[in-house]
Design a protein. Structure first.
Length: 266
């Protein structure tokens, strides 16, 4: 996403088109999981314990594409359904369809928790929608002692309308977790974590209309930019977050049996 350069930039139509192609193409992808309407693919070295590219697809009946688009934007609602999230907030806006935000999440114990600062951009395309991000550095939000700062090389969602009141959701992510992870973690992401996360988003989509009706139903700054009250951020304030400038920890020796009980939720 950062085009390998030093300059932070806002993704353009070619970036979104490339992202969509990756979501929809099967070439070079290896199926790792296919059960109950959820499919997970991986790309890259199977033996590599770090920067794999993962793609997940789920068919969402009874959830229109625009509803899922709102779910993925609404940080207030995210606190309701994303049990892995520790904290998330928007830092500032760049344009009407791009902002900078912070997100931290719980890793399965005994791994250390991770966090990100990302530049996020979104594009509505008729009945379909895309949201993509990559990691940046912001001078006011440096790495924290209580988290490992991870790097999103490319992460995003493609939401495709699928008939009347239904949609297909793709989630594609390539993240450097800044740590040498045990092989069981890599396997667990594709076999357990990714499918579970997709099912959570689907359920969140089913419940969102009723929740939103009771919580500021007209407020959707991702749809109505005039509602956005975030402070403006200049691209000049940001720089590309390179993984090699961050702490790298070795967690390869952590055994799977020490997983916290909460990580075994169905």
């Amino acid at each position: 996403m950062s085009r390998g350069g030093e300059m932070v930039y806002i993704p353009d139509d070619s970036d979104f088109s490339s992202f969509r192609d990756q979501c929809e193409s099967l070439e070079g992808w290896h199926c790792r999981y296919n059960k109950a309407g959820v499919t997970v693919w991986s790309q890259g070295q199977e033996e590599s314990c770090t920067v794999q590219k993962i793609k997940t697809r789920i068919s969402c009946k009874d959830v229109p594409a625009e509803t899922l688009y709102d779910v993925l934007h609404d940080t207030r609602y995210r606190k309701k359904w994303d049990s892995n999230m520790i904290e998330t907030y928007d830092i500032g806006r760049l344009t009407v369809n791009a902002d900078v935000g912070y997100y931290s999440w719980k890793c399965p114990s005994p791994l250390k928790n991770r966090d990100f600062v990302t530049l996020r951009s979104w594009l509505p395309l008729g009945n379909d929608y895309m949201i993509i991000n990559y990691s940046v550095k912001h001078p006011k939000y440096p790495p924290r002692k209580d988290f490992v700062r991870a790097v999103s090389l490319q992460t995003g969602y493609l939401i495709k309308a699928n008939g009347d009141g239904a949609c297909i959701l793709y989630y594609l992510t390539q993240v450097d977790p800044r740590g040498s992870l045990p092989k069981w973690v890599v396997n667990r992401v594709s076999q357990f974590v990714a499918p579970k996360a997709m099912k959570k988003i689907y359920k969140a989509g089913l419940k969102y209309p009723e929740w939103k009706r009771r919580h500021d139903p007209e407020y959707k700054p991702w749809v109505y930019p005039e509602q956005n009250t975030l402070p403006s951020v200049s691209l000049a304030e940001l720089s590309v977050q390179h993984a090699d400038s961050l702490e790298n920890i070795d967690e390869t020796g952590l055994p799977e049996e020490h997983l916290s009980a909460s990580d075994h939720e169905s």
